[in-house]
Design a protein. Structure first.
Length: 335
């Protein structure tokens, strides 16, 4: 995943519409047989298309300018100009396009094969044959084509996963993902081991499954861009359930949870509408008395599970809790 790219800035320009033709038919026996100017062709669209086989925007890194063809001009004998060739940009599911100047979201790709015209080409102009009427037998005018659109666009990828793992660096998220999926994230004893999202499919009962994402760790101030900041928080927005991973050896479990929730809220208050769950990792070092003490620190209305990826303790229980949360009616989590 070293080539994971989740943010691209591209200059985009759709095609101009072709001009309508101002032309008059001429025959052997009649020099002015009437207007026969054809319409101009439509300018090329810029289209986003969802491709479930793509996991990154890396293939767009070198395309700094995406410019569609202009429509051709109309001509005599009522011939319409050819449309400009559309440009189809294939992107991973979960990609959005923003206008750099306004910040407005112009397109969002969520499904395989979904196509969205995010920059339509200009319409071709009408030829003078269109304007012929009983009171205007020989119109001398035709329309120019409409201009295309242009501007800098920001393509952002927000990982699509059912469950997102949230926690400080070295909380045990990568170890958990490797224990219950076939994913093999980098695991080491230093901060920000995970620099890019890692996805894995969790096998559940009766051949069911769900997708889990190990996302780069939060630090306090992440909503202000500290640490990996916004690049991390962007990916949480699409997860249906957030699993807060807090290590058993944390100095203050409730404080750690509150800091994580605060960072989510400061970034986007709508994050609090998601389903929250807590996993206390590295719990193989705990006895029943310590587990009871830690449970007393945690929010009473947020389900929690004690797990150990090393000894496989609590992993099936965790899967059950996650599956129930994914299939329950969504209700806002309470801090």
């Amino acid at each position: 995943m070293e080539n994971f790219v989740d943010y691209i800035r591209v200059f985009c320009k759709s095609g101009h519409g072709g001009a309508g033709s101002r032309h008059f038919m001429r025959t052997k026996f009649k020099a002015m047989a009437g207007p026969d100017g054809g319409d101009g062709g439509r300018g090329g669209h810029l289209i986003l298309k969802g491709n479930g086989q793509l996991w990154t925007l890396l293939h767009l890194r070198w395309y700094k300018n995406v410019i569609a063809e202009n429509g051709e001009n109309g001509s005599g004998d009522n011939c319409t100009g050819a449309n400009g060739k559309d440009i189809i940009i294939e992107v991973p599911l979960g990609t959005i396009v923003r206008d750099e100047e306004t910040g407005e979201v112009e397109a969002e790709i969520m499904e395989e094969g979904q196509e969205v015209i995010f920059m339509p080409g200009g319409q071709g102009g009408r030829g003078n044959a269109y304007f012929k009427s009983a009171t205007n037998q020989a119109p001398e005018y035709a329309q120019p084509g409409e201009p295309g659109r242009e501007g800098w666009k920001l393509l952002e990828l927000k990982v699509l996963a059912d469950v997102g793992l949230v926690g400080f660096p070295n909380a045990g998220k990568s170890t958990l993902l490797s224990a219950i999926t076939a994913a093999r994230p980098k695991i080491a004893n230093y901060a920000f081991t995970t620099l890019t999202p890692q996805l894995g499919m969790v096998a559940y009962r009766e051949d069911k499954s769900f997708c889990m994402a190990d996302l780069p760790g939060i630090i306090e101030g992440a909503h202000e861009g500290k640490g990996l900041g916004h690049r991390f928080l962007r990916h949480i927005e699409r997860n249906a359930v957030l699993l807060f991973v807090i290590p058993a050896d944390s100095a203050d479990h409730r404080k750690e949870y509150n800091v994580l929730v605060n960072e989510l809220e400061q970034y986007n208050p709508e994050m609090l509408d998601k389903q929250f769950l807590i996993a206390i990792s590295k719990s193989d070092m705990l006895d029943d008395e310590l587990k009871a003490a830690i449970a007393a620190e945690l929010p009473p209305n947020i389900p929690h599970v004690f797990i150990s990826a090393v000894t496989q303790t609590g992993l099936q229980e965790l899967k059950d809790v996650l599956w129930d949360a994914l299939n329950a009616e969504v209700s806002p989590s309470s801090i």
